[in-house]
Write a protein that binds this ligand. Sequence first.
Ligand code: SAM
Length: 462
Amino acid sequence: MADLPPLFVDRMRAFLGPEEYDAYRGALEGPPHVGLRVNTLKIDVETFRRIAPFTLEPVPWCPTGFRVVDGPRPGKHPYHAAGLYYIQEPSAMAPAEILAPQPGERVLDLAAAPGGKTTHLASLMQGQGLLVANDVQPKRVHEMTNNLDRWGARHIVVTQESPGRLARRWPGMFDRVLVDAPCSGEGMFRKDPAARRTWTPKHVQRCAALQRKILRAAAQLVRPGGYLLYSTCTFAPEENEGTLAWFLARHPEYTLVPIPHEHGFAPGRPEWLTPPGPEALRGAARLWPHRVPGEGHFLALLQRRGDEPQPRELPRPRLRPLPAEARRLWRAFVDEHLREDPVPPTYTLAQFGHRLYAVPPHALDWSGLKVVRFGWWLGNLKAKRFEPAHSLALALHADQAYNRRDWTADDPRVRQYLHGEPIPDDGPPGWVLVTVDGYPLGWARSVQGVLKSRAPRWLRRI
Ligand code: SAM
């Protein structure tokens, strides 16, 4: 790799020493790792391995994660559109595993877009409890909602807020918070030439300052006894051990929980700070591309002192009663198209604008916040009819729908459907759930012998 920034090279050689630097540099000459993580909300790992056309190698630290060593491009396969997996390089699979959210908890992903780690958290929670996915950048939030729709998790609320505003509204309300911080992205150098081009020592300093600001807010969001996981995809000690040392010095209510240094995970390096940081920082973990099959990450697990009983009663959102007409339209859709009402009894139906949502039972009072998704988006309420949303299809089991067309992954109609092309059809008319090998892909309308795709536009582009 010829175009590494010279100042970066000098720094890394000084940090690692000539021998380890050569090993690191050698790793950068290889191709980046392609990985995928199986969506256990939809399919178990064994079944996926049996049906997937990829040669897969397990990722040691993530039971649902694999390196893709051969096969078709995973982003183009219809199982991807069906949300059976997320494409993620292996070291990015470590943070959610180490944070280890439990079903039924309240979990916040504070810098979540485009949603890679959110999807991982959602599956580990088995779709139970509350998962809030937040980011500040509108475009990235939009991309994230597409990814989360595909994932088919129902218990996710999406916000587009500054961490400070979330901290003021929801202090101490989360069992676990993930801060996968914006960073100088040195771990992306192999994959992303833009990351190499934009790197400067000043950028490292700016990222470190932003990380502190985000962590200051994150510290307030965790309940006593709860956990905070800080991660970056950079090697810069200023953004890793430096940010962590700053945090621990200002937040005596937090302790660092050592991460086991197994699977090739290496310890934090307090001696790389000036002046050197506390020895305890070794309890963080560094994932290096020359030691593990991944691009590189830094992780630190923190626990807030104290304890609070779980589950707790917390302020719920004030929901307006569902208008009778909205309930009637939803019921009519369910009766005509689905074998049973798919909304769990603990969820609350609520209308926001023309959208109908099922709000998860652990949702928190969101007044004053910019909420982009209020839970499971079921569809749109139009004059006299209900139009199902893609997120409804992708969170159903195929056999929940009466009217269904099931195609195999190599059936040309799957491509036609995903590209939005009309398809000749001799099945019953009306709303149709299109499935690939039994996994929902989306909705279509069968009208006068033609199946019209209702795949969303973003899916058609793929
Ligand atoms: N966790 C994501 C995933 O796995 O797909 C990747 C997150 S990326 C490393 C960092 C994110 O932080 C970006 O999406 C960026 O928009 C967001 N960000 C930047 N400044 C922020 C801030 N002040 N508060 C919250 N998020 C911020």
